[in-house]
Design a protein around this ligand. Sequence first.
Ligand SMILES: NC(=O)c1ccc[n+]([C@@H]2O[C@H](COP(=O)([O-])OP(=O)(O)OC[C@H]3O[C@@H](n4cnc5c(N)ncnc54)[C@H](OP(=O)(O)O)[C@@H]3O)[C@@H](O)[C@H]2O)c1
Length: 342
Amino acid sequence: MRIAVYGASGFTGALVAAEARRRGIEPVLVGRDVVRLRKTSEDIGVPDAALRIASLDEIQEMATIFTECDAVVNCAGPFTRWGEPVLRAAITAGRHYVDTSGEQHHIHRTFDEFSSAAEQSGTTAVPGATDDGVPGDLIAQLAAARVSSIREVLIADLRLPGGVSRGTARSMLAVSGSGGLEFRDGAWHPDAGGTIEPVIPPGQDQPAALRVFALPGVVTVPRHVTAGRVRGAIRAEVATLFEGLTEEMAETIPEVVPMQARQDGQWLMFARVTGVNGESVSGWVTGPDAYGLTAVIAVETARRLVEVGAPAGVLAPAQAVDPADFLRYLASAGARWQVGED
Ligand SMILES: NC(=O)c1ccc[n+]([C@@H]2O[C@H](COP(=O)([O-])OP(=O)(O)OC[C@H]3O[C@@H](n4cnc5c(N)ncnc54)[C@H](OP(=O)(O)O)[C@@H]3O)[C@@H](O)[C@H]2O)c1
């Protein structure tokens, strides 16, 4: 099996290419800069990897490269700015597509504008295959399966402030000021704001203050869970850090998050599903090394699209893979998870 990794010269792209090779999948490193791609192939210990050059305005060239492969993993962000051409090329080539976007608007737009083209070309596209997008969507699905009539789903990213890459900071800036969406009464709307009740994170005794945030799950969960309302939130102190970010600050952040910082930080996705009668079920997923986990998730999602199969179209994670089985697989990358009545 071969996977084209667009943006393989970046921090996440290099992790994805290395993870593919670790799994016995041949990575084809694709991007705009052969010097940076060659350096990546040497840095990750695959100097013999195929390198292919195509810039984002060369959609036909990209599609030709993608036809040599079974699937495409797009790691070139900010996706709000650069995501569309790679997706278009994958659909043109009829190859399954996964991306590492955390940008809610890009994911929303992918569903809105590319679903029918993907269906027609027999392509399955799963945007937002990351450490927050996939665990958040899957755990919400598992919690929702235990509530018969759902009033509200809250998805919260409860991780503490920690190391982020320059690419993540640039992507946060690309969406800053555009506001988050909420799902209400059968459609997506700008989130009306207001308060979100604090949550006591699993294993802790103090509640965490929350602020509304544009999480991928707000866009993906309503694709497979029938609920009156779906909202997203992060810790208030993390929201404050993102709000204070400037372009100058982002450019001083190192491209690569060091391994020690990756191992020290714990990612933590939480979902609470409340029924119309007030009953609620919560689930959480946690583990170390968010960036390493994103690579594991992106490669495993692409592998399952190719080897297990999924319907053509743009899919939420829980529509593309079996939620419990996928979370069990993530245990090999240190993930732990639990779902239960509150
Ligand atoms: N949980 C999450 O939400 C999550 C987790 C992991 C990653 N991500 C996302 O993944 C993306 C990558 O992050 P990163 O840290 O790996 O960033 P990065 O190191 O800056 O890498 C960005 C990659 O995109 C390529 N690229 C950027 N602009 C391009 C353009 N105009 N044309 C062609 N290629 C272009 C770069 O190519 P060059 O090397 O040629 O510049 C590089 O390969 C970000 O959007 C980040 O937010 C999200």
